[in-house]
Design a protein around this ligand. Structure first.
Ligand SMILES: Nc1nc2c(c(=O)[nH]1)N[C@H]1C(S)=C(S)[C@@H](COP(=O)(O)OP(=O)(O)OC[C@H]3O[C@@H](n4cnc5c(=O)[nH]c(N)nc54)[C@H](O)[C@@H]3O)O[C@H]1N2
Ligand SMILES: Nc1nc2c(c(=O)[nH]1)N[C@H]1C(S)=C(S)[C@@H](COP(=O)(O)OP(=O)(O)OC[C@H]3O[C@@H](n4cnc5c(=O)[nH]c(N)nc54)[C@H](O)[C@@H]3O)O[C@H]1N2
Ligand code: SF4
Ligand SMILES: [Mo]
Length: 815
């Protein structure tokens, strides 16, 4: 029987007219459009398919930064087949299919996983958090008890003792779900606010001080206008994998323009492997030193864009420093050795720190300094470190020194920007509480929040916190056990019930984090709910997906919107009314889409959109070139920094360097006015000086999973088994060969895994791909090989962000 795809030719054509995208046929069977996507073409021919009852549009919405449309084929209430987008035309770049990667394509395994939560549960009285002993309870009991605990927390401490933990399982592209839990709290009088995120906290703060806000760089499509791409720890071929993601546009760029690409990364990443012409291996956390030496060479050879620096920047040279600055505190003084440390930042100096030969640093400086325009960008792994802010600021500075900011083909050193369709989100309510903490500080705020201050813990909106966190909801996230740090210590903190009194976890699967819950509430998956999904990272093609429930949630699983409504009804019916405004989830989705149509009447009707499943819109402005207005007219369009310019020297940071307080005994905890290299705790220098832990341990994001999601699936595990990357030189010293069982041990814990012996990682560095499930055995050794087991709860210098890449460790062969 022939399966009817829900796109009708007529409405599709009329939408195409609107979007300005020409042509395009509706292919039944998608073809592999790009590398790295094995088995894209379904094994079954379209007209040979078994009959299905319906084909429903929904999406994979986990936080890999892509949001891929899926066509779910349903028979007798069961998803029997998961098909990718087929509304594009792969011959027509920009209108190409938004092909889901193999993770999304194995969605069935997630839906029907034995770990799927089906009943509301309560931790058995007398057992400890994390022991995993739960009893089933009715929804009535769950709602009554949670509402009661919420009320008593508010009565005993105040709303600021309530907290929603960071979680990204559905809070990226889903317009209804991304802010839902905060709306729930704000309806109930507010809660302690989360500041920033786990992805790029240090980078955001770096952007705020240097550029006045965290501003992305030119889109990957504008790279077509570049003559050179320089990517610092940016691995978009693996971290933006969908057909709508930057992976696709970079590969397209390489095919059509052959532009030269240099990747600077401790690993020969998938990006280096697939599109780069040159790989520069670097020790983690030393990009600051590399940039200083690059600039040193540029200044010596007159390769810097002095006109740009004079006109647009503060503090590259002595004569653009603010009045308050001391003599020789400019970045130039720093690289020339005239600053307080008296060290000239020569390639030889940087070579010793970074591990890159001096001759290569010189050659790199000449190439980057003389190729215009040059697109300089960075990833975020490099800033999940103790001195991560300076890492990002150093790359932004290189972009300024070479004058590449605000021009087509150039870039400001940040992560590429994308065009997104302007579809509104489920709106926030007024925030009754505006005091916030950096998200990574939640566990400290449970442990000793009453001691939190602005200058020690990064509290914003107040000088100090009044209460520790007493009641926490963890929705769609694993940032308690898996994706946070030091889970052994977290277990201790959470097992003291005098501290955190209530922990509610709302998830779809029984994860290591779910096992810590007092109340464990089974959510409906995205594919079981209506929502609108927006693209986040797909270069210049914005798109939206009308996600419709394909099947019923299993067992008693329930939509989180309904859970929140029920709890608020019991806390105070007026709160529930404020939260829902009298609308069902379906009504909200419809009304938000109607709002989008009010702004863009050309959009198809809701009914047409449901048929189409996915709609695209090319960026009406062509390419995204951030900071262009500033470049064109800096007086009329100043940046949001105090000076209105790019602050390579930040007066605000200079001030903070005098007042901020850090925990004792750890190296490199400081704030610097210019992006100096800092030898911070558990970085390259400590590894080299440490006898016990001579290796730096990073944890890259892998194509095998999206953080901890999809890890539960057997196919994913088989295709991408968890292994520790190690250089042959380091392996040989330890008698380790490929696939040997190994133990990685650090200051806080140990994990067991297998070795992946490869010259694709720099000597002295190992990488434990992040996101594997934390599974401690009786001795506390993590047999799941979760990278966070080794990570520290000490936060980064300025943003107080996560530092999971500041780890020193050693590795040995087991058995
Ligand atoms: N060691 C180390 N740790 C890291 C990082 C690192 O590089 N190294 N990276 C950090 C980064 S960048 C990030 S963004 C965070 C991400 O950390 P998290 O936001 O915790 O991401 P996931 O691990 O994917 O967890 C998502 C959770 O959402 C659940 N989920 C999925 N769909 C639904 C749904 O529809 N409803 C509900 N209720 N739940 C759902 C999944 O089952 C899963 O438990 O991790 C950070 N942690
Ligand atoms: N497949 C997949 N895709 C994902 C995710 C996922 O879990 N899986 N997670 C998504 C999320 S939420 C985010 S935030 C992004 C994360 O994106 P990123 O944070 O950019 O990803 P990472 O893998 O942590 O780091 C990128 C690269 O930086 C390198 N690196 C590490 N330390 C350094 C350093 O000090 N200097 C330099 N130059 N390079 C360094 C790593 O080896 C890696 O190749 O990815 C998103 N995409
Ligand atoms: S994991 Fe990311 S790239 Fe893969 S299907 Fe899901 S959204 Fe798309
Ligand atoms: Mo992230």
């Amino acid at each position: 029987m022939t399966v009817q795809i829900s796109n009708s030719g007529l409405s599709r054509r009329s939408f195409m007219k609107w979007s300005g995208v020409a042509g395009g046929t509706t292919a039944l069977v998608a073809t592999a459009a790009h590398l790295g996507m094995p088995g894209t073409a379904p094994a079954y021919a379209a007209d040979g398919m078994e009959g299905v009852d319906s084909t429903v549009w929904n999406a994979c919405t986990v936080n890999c930064g892509s949001r891929c449309p899926l066509r779910l084929q349903v028979k007798d209430g069961v998803v029997v087949r998961v098909l990718p987008d087929n509304t594009g035309d792969d011959a027509d770049f920009g209108n190409h299919n938004i092909l889901a990667c193999i993770r999304g394509r194995t969605m069935r395994q997630r839906i029907y996983s034995p770990d799927r939560l089906k009943k509301p549960m309560r931790r058995v009285a007398g057992t400890k958090r994390g022991e995993g002993e739960f009893e089933e309870i009715s929804w009535e009991t769950a709602f009554d008890e949670i509402a009661e605990r919420m009320k008593s927390t508010i009565d005993n401490y105040g709303n600021d003792a309530l907290y929603i933990n960071n979680g990204t399982g559905t809070t990226g592209g889903n317009i209804l779900h991304r802010r839902l839990l905060w709306r729930f709290m704000d309806a109930a009088g507010g809660s302690l606010q989360p500041l920033r995120n786990y992805s790029n906290a240090a980078y955001i703060v770096a952007g705020t001080y240097q550029h006045g806000a965290s501003i992305g760089t030119n889109s990957t499509e504008d790279a077509a206008n570049s003559n050179l791409l320089v990517m610092f720890g940016a691995n978009l071929i693996e971290t933006r994998m969908s057909g709508g993601g930057e992976m696709y546009s970079y590969q397209h760029l390489k095919e059509t323009h052959g532009t030269r690409i240099i990747v600077i990364d401790p690993r020969y990443s998938e990006t280096a492997l697939t599109i780069a012409d040159e790989w520069v291996p670097i020790r983690p956390g030393t990009d600051t030193a590399l940039v200083a030496a690059l600039v040193n060479v540029m200044v010596k050879e007159g390769l810097q864009d002095q006109e740009f620096l004079d006109k647009y920047c503060v503090g590259f040279d002595e004569d653009t420093l603010p009045d308050s600055a001391e003599e020789n505190s400019s970045y130039r003084a720093y690289v020339e050795g005239k600053g307080p440390d008296g060290i000239e930042k020569t390639p030889e100096w940087a070579s010793d720190i970074t591990g890159i030969p001096a001759s290569r640093i010189r050659a790199l400086a000449r190439e980057i300094g003389s190729t215009k325009p040059c697109a300089i960008s960075s990833g975020w792994g490099m800033q999940r470190q103790a001195a991560g802010e300076n890492q990002s600021r150093a790359v932004f500075t290189l972009a300024a020194v070479t004058g590449n900011i605000g021009i087509s083909g150039g870039g400001n050193g940040a992560w590429p920007t994308s065009y997104a369709m302007p579809v509104p989100n489920f709106p926030d309510l007024d925030k009754p509480i505006t005091v916030g903490i950096p998200v990574f500080k939640w566990s400290d705020a449970v442990d000793h929040g009453e001691e939190f201050t602005a200058e020690k813990d990064g509290v914003e909106g107040a000088e100090r916190l009044v209460n520790p966190i007493k009641f926490m909801i963890n929705y769609a996230g694993q940032c308690i056990m898996n994706q946070h740090a030091d889970p052994a210590r977290i277990t201790e903190i959470l097992q003291d019930e005098n501290k955190l009194e209530t922990l509610v976890v709302i998830d779809t699967h029984l994860t290591p984090t779910a096992k810590m819950a007092d109340y464990l509430l089974p959510d409906a998956m995205s594919i079981e709910q209506p929502d609108l999904i927006k693209n986040e990272n797909s270069a210049e093609t914005g798109y939206a997906i009308y996600a419709q429930p394909a099947i019923q949630p299993p067992g008693d699983a329930m939509r989180v919107y309904d859970m929140c409504t029920e709890i608020l009804e019991r806390v105070n019916p007026e709160f529930a009314q404020k939260f829902t405004e009298g609308k069902t989830q379906e009504q909200w989705v419809s009304s938000l889409y109607e709002q989008a149509r009010d702004d863009m009447p050309e959009l198809p009707s809701e009914e047409e959109f449901k048929e189409l499943g996915v709609i695209r819109q090319r960026n009406p402005d062509g390419f995204t070139i951030p900071m262009k207005e500033f470049r064109d007219d800096p007086e009329a369009n100043p940046l949001k920094t105090p000076s209105g310019k790019i602050e390579i020297y930040s007066e605000r940071l200079a001030e903070m360097s005098k007042t901020w307080v850090f925990p004792e005994g750890l190296a490199g905890q400081k704030v610097t006015a210019v992006p100096e290299h800092i030898d911070a705790w558990e970085g390259a220098l400590e590894a080299r000086e440490s006898g016990e832990f001579p290796l730096q341990c990073i944890n890259h994001h892998t194509k095998g999973r999206t953080h901890s999601t999809y890890w539960e699936q057997p196919w994913s595990k088989e295709a991408h088994p968890q292994k520790v990357w190690i250089n042959p030189a380091d392996a040989e010293k330890r008698g380790i060969t490929m696939d040997d069982p190994v133990r990685v041990k650090g200051n806080r814990g140990a994990l067991d895994s297998k070795a992946f012996v490869t010259p694709r990682i720099a000597p002295g560095v190992i990488s434990v791909p992040q996101g594997a499930w934390y599974t401690p055995n009786d001795e506390g050794i993590d047999e799941g090989a979760c990278a966070s087991t080794l990570a520290s709860l000490v936060s980064s210098n300025i943003a107080k962000g996560n530092t999971q890449q500041s780890i020193i460790a050693n590795i040995k062969k087991l058995g």
